[in-house]
Design a binder for this molecule. Structure first.
Ligand SMILES: *Cc1c(COP(=O)(O)O)cnc(C)c1O
Length: 356
């Protein structure tokens, strides 16, 4: 790795830390990370600056054709006051995978991880100590060339923002009600579903609004071609415990490869719990439900880690799972993963990276 210099400009006016209970993603720390890309120079000018608005030409390509990608991960404070990241190298690996799909040039994964650690070290007082709280990390890249041509930008900017966040479920894990979407599609094979890119999210808002109107917390997406095979929930991957076995949809090209999903597969394997990645049709799920074989369902992602699903609504068919209660396996997985993330449990998989 060629060590790149990192210029640090410190803020002269530090902000007050927020009180507990601030809504997700609305408060940012004193500093941010920025880096630029130009064809001739590659990625350069890595710097940490005071958090502030940025100026872009209104013709910047991000505004017109959506050439942008992002990541989401968290830093946790341990009881003995260390700061841990959870598998951050997987996020930068995925950033480059998303980038390849959106024709955005790759970053040096090790180098940006080092820069992230420097940023968090500088902002370490912002990593909350309260149980269930953490510092959310949002790396992203935008196309900055002022040009209305429909072609990849020649210049880019990468930034990293830090935002203290509270627990996803303030009262503890709580099963959610999910609408199985039959009209709208999130992604299709060959599209951008496997990339964390802006358009995948805004294109889901209309379906999510419909689901909320009918009393559901989120949407379960089906495949875009047959509207039959289960893909994922909102910004979470999905798992089912069926007759003692755990099943999750295989990565088809239209599903996001979650770091939490990957970790849960590894934990289940280490416990000897049978787990399969395969195609699973919604009608098959309903048949299994009618046979009383669906024991648990849960979504997985960085935000909630585990989000138990208590009810699935597929047209006029309702599946109530585990009597709207948290499943034993869901709880055990939640305790295990959050235990490793926060240093309360031994990191037997060597997943955490300490910031120091
Ligand atoms: C980010 C995301 C996930 C979860 O990924 P994690 O790495 O586990 O946080 C799942 N699905 C979608 C669509 C996502 O954007």
């Amino acid at each position: 790795m060629k060590t790149q210099t990192l210029e640090i400009v410190k803020s002269q006016q530090l902000k007050a830390k927020p009180s507990a209970g601030v809504p997700f993603g609305t408060t940012f720390t004193d500093h941010m990370f920025i880096m630029e890309y130009e064809e001739e120079k590659g990625w350069h000018d890595a710097r940490i600056t005071p958090y502030s608005p940025i100026t872009l030409d209104p013709a910047a390509m991000i505004f017109h054709y959506g050439q942008t990608i992002f990541e989401g991960l968290k830093a946790y404070r341990t009881e003995d006051n260390r700061i841990l990241l959870f598998r951050p190298e997987k996020n930068f690996e995925r950033l480059n995978l998303s980038g390849a799909r959106l024709s955005i040039p790759p970053v040096d994964e090790e180098q940006v991880l080092e820069h992230l650690k420097t940023l968090i070290e500088l902002e370490k007082d912002w990593v909350p100590a309260e149980p269930g709280h953490s510092l959310y990390i949002r790396p992203f890249i935008i196309a900055t060339e002022p040009n209305l041509a429909v072609s990849p930008s020649k210049t880019y900017r990468m930034m990293v923002l830090l935002s203290p966040v509270g627990p996803y479920f303030p009262g503890g894990l709580k099963p959610v009600t999910i609408h199985v979407e039959q009209e709208f599609t999130r992604a299709v094979k060959g599209g951008t579903g496997m990339a964390k890119t802006a358009g995948n999210y805004s294109s889901g808002y209309q379906a999510q609004a419909g689901a909320k109107k009918s009393g559901n917390a989120d949407v379960l997406w089906l495949d875009g071609i047959e509207k039959r095979y289960i893909e994922e929930v909102g910004s979470m991957n999905i798992f089912f415990k069926i007759g003692g076995e755990v099943v999750t949809p295989a990565l088809s090209g239209s599903i996001l490869k979650g770091v939490t999903r990957m970790s849960i597969l590894e934990v289940l394997n280490s416990w000897g719990v049978p787990v399969i990645e395969r195609r699973i049709a919604i009608d098959e799920l309903y048949d299994l439900y009618e046979q009383g074989l669906i024991q648990e369902a849960f979504g997985t992602g960085t935000a909630a880690v585990i989000s138990p699903v208590g009810e699935l609504n597929w047209g006029d068919k309702k599946m109530v799972i585990n009597n709207h209660e948290i499943g034993e396996l869901s709880q055990k997985l939640y305790d295990t993963i959050t235990g490793i993330q926060t240093g309360r449990r031994p990191d037997e998989f060597n997943w955490t990276v300490e910031v120091k």
